[in-house]
Design a binder for this molecule. Structure first.
Ligand SMILES: [Zn+2]
Length: 103
């Protein structure tokens, strides 16, 4: 609630200020930041999905040798990719670290 009856205007866009901050500018910033983040997240998720498919294919065709440990690998990859999709920073860091070590 704004108890101050004085009306201030944003120096940036001229929009009436709401409680010391511009609702329009802060909204624009959030929208823009989210857009950039969403694009990066989408890229990471697509990379994760491709990694998942390639790993799955290579294992199904037996190109990486026998053994079932890859199921753990795939589950981890799928889980972390899902985490990145859900905007988890921890998952993003783990996915990056894991991918780096695997290469
Ligand atoms: Zn503004």
């Amino acid at each position: 609630m704004v108890t101050d009856t004085k009306q201030y205007y944003c120096p940036r866009c001229g929009f009436p200020m709401d409680g010391g901050m511009c609702r329009k500018c802060s909204q624009d910033e959030v929208t823009w930041e989210e857009e950039v983040a969403r694009k990066k997240i989408n890229g990471a998720v697509i990379c994760g999905a491709i990694c998942f498919c390639v790993t799955l294919l290579l294992n199904l065709t037996g190109m990486l040798g026998s053994g079932n440990y890859y199921i753990f690998d795939l589950a981890l990859l799928a889980g972390l990719t899902l985490g990145v999709f859900l905007k988890s920073r921890v998952c993003a860091v783990l996915l990056f670290t894991g991918s780096s070590l695997n290469l």
